[in-house]
Design a binder for this molecule. Structure first.
Ligand SMILES: O=C(O)c1cc(=O)[nH]c(=O)n1[C@@H]1O[C@H](COP(=O)(O)O)[C@@H](O)[C@H]1O
Length: 313
C-alpha cells in the first residue's frame, strides 16, 4: 500500500485500536538489565537504548499499530543515541510497526528538503542515493509557512510517506501563539488547519479516504479538538497528551470522526518509562509494559465506543 494514511489505518484496523507507543529514551529511567557498561561511551549508549527499546517492541508489537520516536531524546545522547534511533526504527519496521518520527522540523524550503531527504526520502551519500532514517511519517512545524512544508509534501507523494503538522499542541503554553486571534477574529491554529486542508486532497488514500497530511492535536484541549476535527475531515490526527500530561481517553475521543477513525493516540512515559522497579528482569519488564499498553487500549477503545453510542443518540 503506497499511501501512508491507508497503511496507518490498515494497521489500526488490523490491531483493533488506534494506540501508538512512544519511545522517548531516558537512560536514567531504564531497567538495569538493559544498561551495558564497559565499552566506549557511545557504544554503551547505543546498546543500552536499543536493548530496552527492543524489549518494549517485543512487548507491544502485536498489540498496537505503531511507535513514535521522539528525536530529541535520542539526540541528547549524541552519536550513540542517534545510532540507537536508527537501530530502533529498523527493528520496529521488521516487527511490522508503522514508525512515526517526532522531530517537529520546520525551516526554509532548501533546508526542509534536507530534512525530508533524511527522514522520508533519500539522500545522496558518496554518489549514491539511499534512504537514511526512512520512517513512515514525521511531525513538522508550520510556522515558517507553506514553502517550508512543501518539500515534505513532495517527499510524501514520491515515497508514500506522511506528515503530522503541529496545529494545537498539548503543552500549557500552546495557547500563547496558536490561539492568538488574527485580524479576521479566527485563531491562528484555524489558519494552520486551513493550510493543511489545501494540501490534504493531494494525498488521500483510496482505501480509507484519509489524507497523509495529518495534524497534531493535543488531548489536553478537547474543545479545540472538536473544532479542528470539523475543519479537517480527511486528516488523521496524532494525539499526544494522553496519560502523563493529563488528557483522558474521552478527551482524545474528540479527535476522532464519526466513522471511529481519523486519529491515533500516543502515550510515551506512562507506558514505556513507568516500570515499578529498575531491578526488573527483561521478561517482567515486558509483562508490565504489555499490561500498560493493554490498559491504554481498553481505555481508548471504550471511550470511542461511548462516543459512538452518544453520537447515535
Ligand atoms: O508531536 C508530538 O508528538 C507532541 C506534540 C505535542 O503537542 N505534545 C507532545 O507531548 N508531543 C510529544 O508526545 C510525547 C508525549 O510524551 P508523554 O507525555 O510522555 O506521553 C513526547 O514525545 C512529546 O514530545
Amino acid at each position: 500500500m503506497n499511501n501512508y494514511a491507508d497503511r496507518l489505518l490498515e494497521a489500526v484496523n488490523k490491531k483493533g485500536n488506534p494506540c501508538i507507543v512512544g519511545l522517548d529514551p531516558r537512560l536514567g529511567g531504564m531497567p538495569r538489565f538493559a544498561i551495558s557498561k564497559g565499552g566506549a561511551p557511545e557504544e554503551s549508549v547505543r546498546s543500552s537504548i536499543f536493548e530496552y527499546h527492543k524489549c518494549i517492541i517485543d512487548a507491544v508489537h502485536d498489540l498496537v499499530p505503531g511507535v513514535k520516536l521522539q528525536s530529541a531524546f535520542y539526540e541528547q545522547y549524541g552519536i550513540g543515541g542517534i545510532a540507537a534511533m536508527q537501530d530502533t526504527i529498523k527493528y520496529s519496521k521488521e516487527n511490522g510497526m508503522v514508525v512515526i518520527i517526532d522531530a517537529k522540523r520546520g525551516d526554509i524550503a532548501s533546508t526542509a528538503e534536507a530534512y525530508a531527504n533524511a527522514f522520508l526520502g533519500e539522500s545522496e551519500v558518496m554518489g549514491e542515493r539511499a534512504p537514511v532514517f526512512d520512517v513512515d511519517c514525521i511531525t513538522v512545524s508550520p510556522y515558517l509557512g507553506m514553502d517550508s512544508i512543501e518539500p515534505f509534501i513532495r517527499a510524501c507523494m514520491k515515497y508514500g510517506k506522511g506528515i503530522f503538522v503541529l496545529v494545537k499542541t498539548s503543552n500549557p503554553g500552546s495557547s500563547d501563539i496558536q490561539n492568538a486571534k488574527m485580524a479576521d477574529g479566527r485563531e491562528l491554529y484555524a489558519r494552520v488547519a486551513e493550510m493543511i486542508n489545501s494540501y490534504s486532497e493531494k494525498l488521500v488514500g483510496e482505501r480509507y479516504g484519509y489524507s497523509s497530511v495529518g495534524a497534531v492535536v493535543g488531548a489536553t484541549f478537547p474543545e479545540e479538538a472538536r473544532r479542528i476535527r470539523k475543519m479537517l475531515p480527511r486528516s488523521i490526527f496524532l494525539v499526544p497528551g494522553y496519560g502523563s500530561q493529563g488528557g483522558t481517553a474521552a478527551d482524545a475521543a474528540e479527535c476522532f470522526n464519526e466513522d471511529g477513525l481519523g486519529a491515533v493516540v500516543n502515550a510515551s512515559r506512562s507506558v514505556t518509562y513507568s516500570l515499578s522497579s529498575p531491578e526488573l528482569e527483561r521478561k517482567d519488564a515486558m509483562a508490565e509494559i504489555r499490561e500498560k499498553a493493554r490498559l491504554m487500549i481498553a481505555d481508548v477503545n471504550s471511550a470511542l465506543e461511548r462516543k459512538a453510542g452518544g453520537d447515535k443518540k
